[in-house]
Write a new protein. Sequence first.
Length: 398
Amino acid sequence: MAPTALLTYRLLRSRAQQIGDRVNQLRPISYSIIGDLFTGFAELKLAGKQQRFRDRLVDNQTEVMELEAQGYVYSLLPVRIIEMVAIIGVLTIFLYAVFIPSSSGNLIALVGLFAAAAYRLMPSINRMLTSLVQIKQSQFTIENLAAYREDKYKEEPHPEQLPLAFTQNIVFNQLAFTFPGEARPTLQDISLTIKKGEKIGFVGSSGSGKTTLMNILLRFYTEQEGNILIDGQPLTPKNLSGWHRLIGYVKQDTFLMEASIADNISLGDTEVDAERMRYAIEQASLAGFVNSLPNGLATHIGERGSKLSGGQRQRVGIARALYKRTEVLVLDEATSALDSETEREVSEAIRKLATTDMTILIIAHRITTLRECDRIYELSEGKIVAQHTYENLLQKAI
């Protein structure tokens, strides 16, 4: 039974892994098509392309179902093979007794011994074989998890957290970063110094490394080379919690809960600090809007802020960072999805922040968003290729 189990596993493992890898490739395609069908409903319907997308989805899912059926068959084969071997074993004993009469006296004992052993062994062997085949079928998951489990791609808080103060500058010291499995670095040799209270802009084409650089500053990623210094102190897991208390983040699609304005700004604090809330709302240019509401801060904003305009959603995100008493604020394409009037509302909030000692880092495609910046860095292919002022960048664009 042992050689049979080994041979069965060797025969099934390669095919099981191929099925798993192929299903892993196909499933994201199905999810993508379904998302396109919902988000692009109007455009696809008007263009008469819904049927084409539907056919692509059906074809993709048909292959997925066929592969999953094959995988299910492969998971059942070990059980049947081991049972078949056990039956062949019993038949072999009978044949042995028939052709060699001298052993017939021990036939009952032999059959009983073999049956007892097979009865005890078969369930365990079947479970082990089935599990091994299923593991090979899901090998892609293990490989993906292993690729991102290495310490150089993540940074967890150290059990003993040290305090961190920011009073002077942030230094990016020859940073380099490469995503797992990629040959070309996403960032290389990034060196710059940002003084406390400065407003710094970052521009560049998509894929130039702007957002990756901010993600490293936020410690969502960890650089492979170089380091970031806060007042001369390197950012490490030992001061990660202290750094996260100092830095805030507002992205293009602001995270909003189906709750009140106050809950969204405080992120669900049970006891809201009224003075911090007032300051955050005032600085984010939300005071007039909140005062116009019958329920004020207690007004519910709907699912993902459906009752708010785009500018109001972004300003709630800015107010959230201010309520947290952020000293460093990262604005990642905060106005790129807004119309001109709404962008003006958000830009007003940013201009109001420019009068404070908060350090603001702005990633933007729209040059007008960078009006208040002291310096603007241009990135290309993971490198800083130029430094601009707002005026010369505007002239260059014109």
